[in-house]
Design a binder for this molecule. Structure first.
Ligand code: SF4
Length: 491
C-alpha cells in the first residue's frame, strides 16, 4: 500500500496504524498526494480555527474518508493522534476489523497507563485510552491491573539492584514461528562446548564487575533458546558457574527456562534444583498434538504433562507455562482445551502470548502467513484466557506487546498471588540494570536515580560470539564506565 503523508511527518505513527490491518504488506511512504488503488492519503492542514486531519483510503476496490478537527493551538501529539485516528477509522471500515487496542501500538501500554494515571488520575487515564487511542475498556482495565502489580514489584528496587540474564541459544528443533537466533542442538553440536566455555568466562568477568561496583543481584534468568537442550553435565557446569561468580545473598528469584517438555528429565531437574533455581518454565505453547506438529515441535501434549509432574516430583513449587494464541491450525475450541489441560496441572503462572511472525521466521519464508481473520480468532482466545485464568485465581501482572502480532494483540503474564515472575517485570519496565551474558544478550544499564538507559550488545549468533569473544569482554568494560558517570552510592 502507498501511504501519502501530506502536511506532516507522522510516518512512524501512520505506518504502525496501517500495519494493524496489513501486517505483512509492503508499505511505501511518500510525502505527496498520489491517489490510486491501494493508497491512503493522510493530510494535516492549518486554518483559522486550528488544524484539520483527514484521510482518504482506497483499498481492495473500496473507498473510505474520515476527518477530525483539532481545535486551537494543540500539541504535535494531538495532531499526530488525530491523523492516526482518521487512518484507523478508514481502514477499520474497509476491512471490517476493529482492534481492541485501537491505535495504541507501543510495546508497554501499562507504563503509559501508569504515567497518565500518576499525572491525572486513573479515571482520566481510562478516558484518554478510550477517546484518544480508541482502546476498548477491557484493555484499559488490563493496563490498570498490570500497572498496579508492576508498581508493587518495582517498588522494592534499590539504586544498586540488578538482574542477570544468561543466554543458551540452542533448541532441539526450530519452531516455525521463531525469529530468535536459536540453533538446533543437532546442527550446533560442534560449537556448544566452546560456547559454554566462553560463556563461563563472560560470567566470571561480569561477576567481578558486579562485585567491584557493589551491585545487588535480585533475580537471575537462564533462558534462550532452551537451556535444558544441553546435557545434564553441561547444564550443571553452567548453573554452578553462575552461582560461583555472583553473590546470591539477596536473590529473590532464580529462573531456568526448561522450554521444551521433551528436554526435561529427572537428571536435569535435579541439577537445576541443586543449583538453587526457585522457578522453572515449561512451555508447551499448545496442548494440541496436531498444532504442535504444525509449528515444528517434536513433543506431544502428554510429554508436557509428564514433564510437569516430573518437575513437581523434583520439588519445584513455582512453575510457569506458556501458551500462544493464533498458532497455525489452532481453533478457539482447541485453544480452550489447551488452556483447560494447563489449568488441570495447576501451574503457579501462565503466560499467554499472541503469535508474532517476524521476517526471519520459517513461516514467513515458506509464505504460510496466517489469514487476516486470524486476528479476530486470536483476540477471542486471549480474551477467553484472561477471563478463565482470573476465575482460577491467576491475575495479570505484566504485559508487553510486539510488532507484527496477530490481531495487534498483547502478551500477558498471569500468576497466583506471590508467584509473579519478577525478572519479567524488571526486563520490561526497565527499572533496574540487567547484566546479560551469552550470544544475542543485551545488557541494559539503568541510571540508579534517573531514567537514563544505555545498552551493550553482545554478538547475535553463537559462532560470532565465539570468534569475537575478546570484543565482548572489552565491551563489558562499558559497565564500569557507565557507573562511573552514574554512581550507585552518593560520594
Ligand atoms: S523453543 Fe523458542 S527459541 Fe527455541 S526454536 Fe522454539 S521459539 Fe525459538
Amino acid at each position: 500500500m502507498r501511504l501519502c503523508n501530506v502536511g506532516h511527518e507522522f510516518d512512524y505513527e501512520t505506518e504502525k496504524v496501517a500495519r494493524i490491518f496489513l501486517p505483512y504488506e509492503k508499505i511505501d511512504i511518500v510525502h505527496e498526494r498520489a491517489p490510486g488503488e491501494d493508497a491512503a492519503i493522510c493530510t494535516l492542514s492549518r486554518d483559522a480555527d486550528g488544524f484539520l486531519a483527514a484521510c482518504e483510503v482506497c483499498l481492495s476496490g473500496k473507498k473510505e474518508c474520515a476527518s477530525e478537527r483539532v481545535a486551537g493551538e494543540k500539541s504535535k501529539k494531538s495532531c499526530e493522534l488525530a491523523v492516526a485516528r482518521c487512518l484507523y477509522r478508514c481502514l477499520s471500515a474497509i476491512t471490517g476489523y476493529k482492534s481492541s487496542w485501537g491505535i495504541l501500538t507501543g510495546i508497554r501500554p501499562a507504563k503509559l497507563f501508569s504515567a497518565l494515571s500518576d499525572k491525572s488520575g486513573a479515571v482520566a487515564a481510562y478516558k484518554i485510552f478510550e477517546n484518544e487511542y480508541l482502546c476498548d475498556g477491557g484493555k484499559a482495565d488490563l493496563c490498570f491491573k498490570c500497572a498496579q502489580s508492576e508498581k508493587n514489584i518495582t517498588g522494592i528496587n534499590t539504586p544498586a539492584s540488578f538482574s542477570l540474564y544468561v543466554s543458551v541459544p540452542f533448541c532441539p528443533s526450530r519452531c516455525s514461528y521463531c525469529s530468535f537466533v536459536s540453533h538446533s542442538v543437532e546442527n550446533a553440536k560442534g560449537i556448544i562446548p566452546d560456547y559454554l566455555r566462553l560463556l563461563k568466562k563472560e560470567l566470571e568477568a561480569t561477576g567481578k564487575v558486579a562485585a567491584r561496583l557493589n551491585l545487588r543481584l535480585e533475580t537471575v534468568y537462564v533462558g534462550g533458546g532452551t537451556p535444558t537442550a544441553i546435557t545434564a553435565d553441561e547444564l550443571k557446569d553452567l548453573l554452578f558457574s553462575v552461582r560461583e561468580n555472583f553473590d546470591f545473598s539477596n536473590v529473590r528469584e532464580f529462573t531456568v527456562e526448561a522450554g521444551r517438555p521433551d528436554t526435561v528429565d529427572l537428571e536435569k531437574l535435579a541439577v537445576i534444583k541443586a543449583a538453587g533455581a526457585s522457578r522453572i518454565s515449561i512451555n508447551p505453547q499448545s496442548m494440541n498434538d496436531a498444532v504442535l506438529r504444525n509449528i515444528g515441535r517434536r513433543h506431544t501434549a502428554q510429554q508436557m504433562t509428564d514433564a510437569f509432574y516430573l518437575a513437581r516430583e523434583a520439588g519445584f513449587e513455582n512453575i510457569n507455562t506458556d501458551l500462544i494464541a493464533g498458532l497455525d491450525g489452532d481453533t478457539f475450541e482447541s485453544f480452550k482445551s489447551s488452556l483447560e489441560k494447563i489449568l488441570a496441572l495447576s501451574p503457579e503462572s501462565v503466560t499467554v502470548h499472541s503469535l508474532s511472525v517476524k521476517r526471519a521466521a520459517n513461516i514467513t519464508r515458506r509464505g504460510e502467513m496466517p489469514g487476516e481473520s486470524a486476528g479476530a480468532a486470536a483476540g477471542k482466545m486471549v480474551d477467553y484466557a484472561r477471563k478463565t485464568l482470573e476465575e482460577n485465581g491467576l491475575f495479570p501482572y505484566y504485559m508487553y506487546r510486539q510488532s507484527k502480532t496477530v490481531g495487534n494483540l498483547e502478551n500477558v503474564g498471569y500468576a497466583k498471588p506471590g508467584f509473579e515472575g519478577l525478572y519479567n517485570v524488571y526486563i520490561m519496565d526497565e527499572t533496574h540494570t540487567v547484566l546479560a551474558c551469552g550470544a544475542s544478550a543485551v545488557t541494559k544499564l539503568k541510571e540508579p536515580r534517573g531514567d537514563n538507559i544505555e545498552r551493550i550488545f553482545n554478538f547475535k549468533y553463537p559462532y560470532e560470539y565465539i570468534n569475537r569473544f575478546d570484543e565482548i569482554i572489552s565491551r563489558k568494560r562499558g559497565i564500569e564506565d557507565y557507573y562511573a558517570k552514574h554512581p550507585v552510592f552518593d560520594k
